[in-house]
Design a protein around this ligand. Structure first.
Ligand code: NDP
Length: 451
């Protein structure tokens, strides 16, 4: 069996070897998930809810351990890794309320009654990327299990360790063997098999837009359901009337969190012309003050990139442009790169148009509200974005005008497990999280009963 050596991105030291599943291993796991499906579907709603809550409780008891694994495997800061493990627990708890609330409807008809049912799909495949191994695992797994599906998960090759551990915790919590199976392996082998195996009824994919398009095309062959959470090039729009100090203090965290390896990274900053110079001065101070440290240090605010390959990919973008200023970065081993600010010269530059997925932000001035919305929308992506203004009317108009799934006003963050998350345009298809997520893992069946 082939294996993959997991490397600590902050030290470049090997952490452990993980066996990679073959197509046959994947088929066996999918078939097992299908065998277990009828029993899991038929678990009484209150009992499935109790099992989900017990799963959440066991994850809660292991938050520190899971965070420690993620710090070593993904180079995430302690603060982030602890939040991420807690997010899995919270997602499980939130969706543990779903089994008893998978409501259908009663629709008025002549000659009888008409009712609808939400019925689980069967086996669901979740393909997870390396940038947020724990949250993205939980966002797919928790609502899918809650609505009565069995789940197979392919973690990213680079970051399988927390997924494998959470899979063990599910068994410890009493979930039946086969209800949730973690299958580490290559995207082109395990992930691709989720797409082609007829027993997998839905694929939830998070990753690059390029692979997402292949997944969607592959799913079309069996009219397989799919949810896609893809790339982003989100705008952070700063109006001159905003609290500029607050906006400049938040902007680095809106893009450099997780070393910029975040599909929601606000990697384009648009500043209203009269505030441009003042904002840049404030931004420079806050970028230079960032604590870019080994994530094993609990004060670290930004860690390394995930791999040497990712650092090279990001460096290619930086080599094409003039850098205005950078923040700090450690010397020595590790895939480090400082937070980097670039003044865009044209909206045609790659740095302005493409998802860099590293700690790089481009800044551009704008003239007025209409220009801000037009520039923000001048992108094939539409995942998230922020805007800073003290004018509530303008905030609403601009938030409604920007073509993106998740907008934050006077704030840099918008992903909460109890609110919907997903993209416009090439940022994705469908929504995750929020109150409706369990329904996305069901078919709605209509039944008419004659009097
Ligand atoms: P990918 O899209 O290749 O990987 C995401 C996940 O999909 C991984 O689990 C991967 O497996 C799997 N995968 C890859 N190919 C296939 C396939 N043919 N069929 C099924 N599953 C597949 O992203 P990369 O890791 O290559 O990152 C490249 C770029 O993508 C980044 O620089 C960034 O711009 C973007 N990206 C965006 C993310 C987001 O959240 N929007 C997340 C990750 C990347 P494996 O790990 O084995 O490759």
């Amino acid at each position: 069996m082939s294996t993959f050596t997991v490397v600590n991105p902050a030290t470049e030291q090997p952490v452990t070897d993980v066996p990679l599943a073959s197509v046959d291993d994947t088929d066996a796991a999918i078939e097992r998930a299908q065998e277990v499906f009828p029993a899991w579907r038929d678990v009484a709603p209150g009992e499935r809810a109790a099992l989900m809550r017990r799963f959440a409780r066991v994850v809660d008891e292991h938050v520190e351990e899971l965070a420690e694994i993620e710090v070593r495997n993904a180079g995430h800061t302690w603060g982030n890794a602890t939040w991420e493990a807690g997010n899995v627990r919270d997602c499980l708890n939130y969706y543990s309320a779903a089994p008893e609330r998978l409501f259908g409807r009663q629709i008025p008809v002549a000659g009888g009654i008409d009712v609808t049912f939400h019925e689980p799909l069967g086996v669901v495949g979740v393909i997870v990327p390396w940038n947020f191994p724990m949250p993205i695992f939980g966002w797919g797994v928790a609502p899918a299990l809650a609505s009565g599906n069995t789940v197979v998960v392919k973690p990213a090759e680079l970051t399988p360790l927390t997924a494998v551990r959470i899979g063990e915790l599910a068994l410890e919590a009493g979930l039946p063997e086969g209800a949730l199976t973690v299958i580490p392996g290559k995207g082109s082998v395990v992930g691709q098999r989720f797409v082609t195996h007829p027993l997998v009824r839905k694929v939830c994919f998070t990753g690059s837009t390029e692979v997402g398009k292949q997944i969607m095309a592959g799913c079309a062959d069996q009219v397989k359901r799919c949810t896609l959470e893809l790339g982003g090039k989100s705008a952070n729009v700063i109006f001159a009337d905003a609290d500029l100090a607050a906006a400049a203090a938040a902007a680095p965290y809106a893009v450099f969190d997780n070393a910029g390896q975040d599909c929601c990274a606000r990697s384009r900053i648009l500043v209203e012309r009269p505030a441009y110079d003042e904002f840049l001065g404030l931004l420079e101070s806050s970028v230079k003050a960032m604590a870019v440290l080994d994530p094993a240090d609990r004060d670290s605010e930004m860690g390394p990139l995930i791999s040497a390959q990712q650092r090279e990919r990001v460096q290619e973008y930086i080599d094409e442009v003039d850098v205005a200023f950078t923040g700090p970065a450690p010397d020595g081993p590790g895939f480090w790169m400082p937070p980097t600010v670039v003044l865009a010269e044209s909206t045609e530059q790659r740095i302005w148009r493409e998802e860099v997925f590293g700690p790089v932000v481009a800044v551009l001035p704008f003239d007025d509200e209409g220009d801000a919305v037009a520039k923000a929308n001048d992108s094939e992506y539409g995942l998230s974005g922020s805007l800073y203004t003290n004018d509530v009317g303008k905030a609403l108009r601009v938030a409604r005008g920007i073509e993106a799934g998740n907008l934050s006003v006077n704030s840099h963050s918008s992903v909460r497990y109890w609110t919907p998350f997903g993209g416009y345009k090439q940022s994705g298809l469908g929504r995750e999280l929020g109150p409706d997520a369990p329904n996305a893992f069901t078919e709605e069946k209509n039944v008419f009963i004659a009097h």
